[in-house]
Design a protein around this ligand. Structure first.
Ligand SMILES: NC(=O)c1ccc[n+]([C@@H]2O[C@H](COP(=O)([O-])OP(=O)(O)OC[C@H]3O[C@@H](n4cnc5c(N)ncnc54)[C@H](OP(=O)(O)O)[C@@H]3O)[C@@H](O)[C@H]2O)c1
Length: 247
């Protein structure tokens, strides 16, 4: 059989409609910038309209802004109506509920599951029928599922459940593809809360990781673009963790 029609380097986002949930900040915002440069027709979704407008204002081409809360099915249904036909959807959404099990608040736990498990399921429920056959969904899991630690039980469980959800959805909504990116420790800004301890924390992680570094947002964006672009990749978790789940 002849090997291939499309050179690996070809950009395939030109004119494709890409929905980004979580576009108002960090990885989602940077993904919007990269996808805009690659020619995507963007829908920027997330809980805070001001942040979405901020992202939109940074792009060379106009993008649609649609508020959505993954804990609210009505808002997901409204997003589906606004989006219409589309090619790809990426969700970076997370609402972590960290802390010792004995101190967990049920509402926080439910929001953590909404962002990583129930929300992605509802995105598939309301939007899969509008995705083009060559389209895809890409969700964000995380290394905590493969390397659990105390006070991160909800994070481990939600990220792990998402890994199984993408397998099940990949079968059920085929031929639309469904994948997850699972970051390790990535300096997206989400560790800035550590303040003066951040640098030491990142250094310790880098020393332990087989890749001997922490991740950059660009590492994650490359993985998302690969998941979107490769038509033979579905039901897969792409571990972008420097091998951190193993060490
Ligand atoms: N950075 C890391 O080291 C790391 C490690 C493991 C896994 N991950 C995963 O990688 C993904 C990206 O991480 P990140 O560091 O870029 O940033 P992040 O702070 O984890 O990003 C979370 C995103 O979720 C959005 N969001 C929050 N509540 C939402 C809701 N109710 N409905 C829809 N969206 C909601 C936020 O929007 P607003 O900002 O507008 O509120 C934000 O854009 C996350 O899923 C995270 O769990 C990251």
């Amino acid at each position: 059989m002849a090997i291939t029609e499309t050179p690996a380097s070809a950009t395939t986002l030109g004119g494709q409609r890409l929905v980004i949930v979580g576009a108002g900040s960090r990885t989602g915002r940077l993904l919007a910038q990269a996808a805009s440069v690659a020619g995507a027709d963007l829908v920027l979704a997330g809980p805070d309209p001001r942040k979405l407008e901020w992202t939109a204002g940074e792009l060379a081409d106009p993008a649609e802004v649609v508020p959505v809360d993954l804990a609210d099915e009505a808002s997901i249904a409204a997003l589906a109506k606004r989006v219409g036909r589309f090619d790809h959807l990426v969700s970076t959404a997370a609402m972590p509920a960290n802390g010792p099990v004995a101190e967990l608040d049920l509402t926080d736990v439910q929001r953590a599951f909404a962002a990583k498990v129930i929300g992605p399921l509802l995105l598939a429920k309301h939007l899969a029928c509008q995705a083009r056959e060559s389209g895809s969904f890409t969700f964000f899991s995380g290394v905590a599922a493969w390397r659990p630690s105390p006070a991160r039980t909800v994070m481990a469980t939600t990220n792990g459940a998402l890994a199984f959800l993408v397998q099940a959805l990949a079968v059920e909504i085929a031929p639309v593809r469904v994948n997850a990116v699972s970051p390790g420790i990535v300096d997206t800004g989400s560790w800035d809360g550590l303040g003066a301890d951040k640098e030491a924390f990142l250094r310790t992680i880098a020393e332990r990781n087989p890749a001997r570094r922490v991740g950059t947002p660009d590492d994650l964006i490359k993985a998302v673009l690969y998941a979107i672009d490769n038509p033979y990749v579905t039901g897969t978790v792409l571990h972008v963790d420097g091998g951190g789940r193993l060490a």
